[in-house]
Design a protein around this ligand. Structure first.
Ligand code: FAD
Length: 350
């Protein structure tokens, strides 16, 4: 991959040993990066930092009984005015104490009392981390979340009922810079990005905020230049949202497609704006069907496939994959078993 350079210097702290017993940090000097017109600067780590990437997956460094108190850096609405609902990009400062890898989640404990257990705190809510391990500010001290505000509409009146609004998502979307937030984790291994083969194919399917882990992967693949992962494979993102105003991180993704057309494909399904070939709403499975021949070939050649977003996305997708497999004279059940066995199949739905 060709990376342009106009270096400038900065100092960052990166996680070193992350095995639960040690959370030490080493200051790294001489990180250079370049400006991109479409997004934050491209990170380049110098040779001194090569030994600093943790070898083990950080897991459950903070548990619900002893959460880490982090600080909100920023909360930004990232959807346009015509988007149904609100989604926010939230940057949280963990000061390097809660390191994570791309594809993991943080737990958040919203303030207040658990209505089901008086006197006890709320249950933990999980959120996929939408940044790389270095965070959006490339200093290893922040994590970003992509949170959809959960709103409740009375099914009879159709009116919003604020008393039943989602506790944690509203807490996060209403938060102000400087507010404290109790976090746990990091957790999850299913969505970790396999990095053993830099030429691998990664097919990423998302609905809505399910795009969060992929934003982390794609920044690692195309925005940062880190010593131990030089991606030169194919990343293919399928993103399903309601309409163009609901697209998430579209500018970033469009930038990768422009700069790395050989390595990145990006297909969107806008259910309320586009029609599928049968004249119905365009869902992400319709896009999968459109490219099913290529997708099946890529899977046969070892591609990883990821699914992230609302639980409801899976039945439609599975039906489509099954139908396509049958049209090809293949058994979907056997194929799925094989994909799971080969660790090519990654699902995190909620
Ligand atoms: P809650 O308070 O838990 O309420 C849940 C729902 O019930 C809401 O829709 C609420 O409006 C409704 N409700 C509340 N009271 C009533 C009532 N009396 N009657 C009927 N309905 C009611 N979410 C994201 O936005 N982004 C992510 O990246 C993300 N990643 C996740 C990753 C994982 C692995 C998992 C498991 C979940 C993830 N989630 C993510 C979902 C997230 O954890 C929360 O479930 C979500 O934010 C809702 O939590 P809440 O506290 O706002 O809602």
């Amino acid at each position: 991959m060709a990376l342009s350079t106009t270096p400038s210097q900065m100092s960052v702290a990166l996680p070193t040993r992350i095995d639960g017993s040690s959370r030490s940090m080493i200051k790294v000097q001489s990180i250079s990066f370049t400006d991109k017109s479409w997004g934050p600067p491209l990170l380049r780590l110098d040779s001194k930092s090569r030994s600093l990437d943790p070898k083990e997956t950080p897991l459950n460094l903070f548990r619900p009984k002893e959460p880490y108190t982090a600080t909100i850096v920023s909360v930004e609405r990232i959807v346009g005015p015509q988007a149904p609902g609100e989604t926010c990009h939230i940057v949280i400062d963990h000061d390097g104490n809660v390191p994570y890898w791309e594809g993991q989640s943080y737990g958040v404990i919203p303030p207040g009392e658990n209505p089901k257990k008086p006197g006890a705190p709320h249950n933990v809510r999980l959120y996929s981390i939408a940044s790389t391990r270095y965070g959006d500010s490339f200093d290893g001290k922040t994590a970003s979340l992509c949170v959809r505000r959960a709103i409740y509409y009375d099914p009879e009146t159709g009116k919003e009922d604020p008393s039943k609004a989602g506790v944690c998502s509203n807490f996060l979307c209403n938060a102000k810079p400087g507010d404290k937030v109790k976090i746990t984790g990091p957790s999850g291994k299913v969505m970790l990005l396999p990095e053993d083969d830099p030429k691998a194919t990664h097919i990423m399917i998302a609905t809505g905020t399910g795009v969060a882990p992929y934003r982390g992967y794609l920044r690692r693949m195309f925005m940062e230049n880190v010593p131990n992962f030089k991606f030169d494979g194919l990343a293919w993102l399928f993103l399903g949202v309601a309409n163009s105003d609901s697209l998430l991180y579209d500018e970033e993704f469009a930038g990768y497609r422009k700069d790395y057309p050989e390595n990145f494909r990006y297909d969107k399904a806008l259910s309320r704006e586009e029609k599928n070939k049968k004249g119905g709403k365009m869902y992400v499975q319709d896009k999968i069907e459109e490219y099913s021949d290529e997708i099946f070939k890529l899977l046969d050649n070892g591609a990883h496939i990821y699914f992230c977003g609302l639980k409801g996305m899976m039945p439609g997708i599975q039906d489509t994959l099954k139908r396509v497999a049958e049209e090809r004279g293949e058994s979907w059940e056997q194929k799925l078993t094989q994909l799971r066995k080969n660790k090519q199949w990654h699902v995190e739905v909620y």
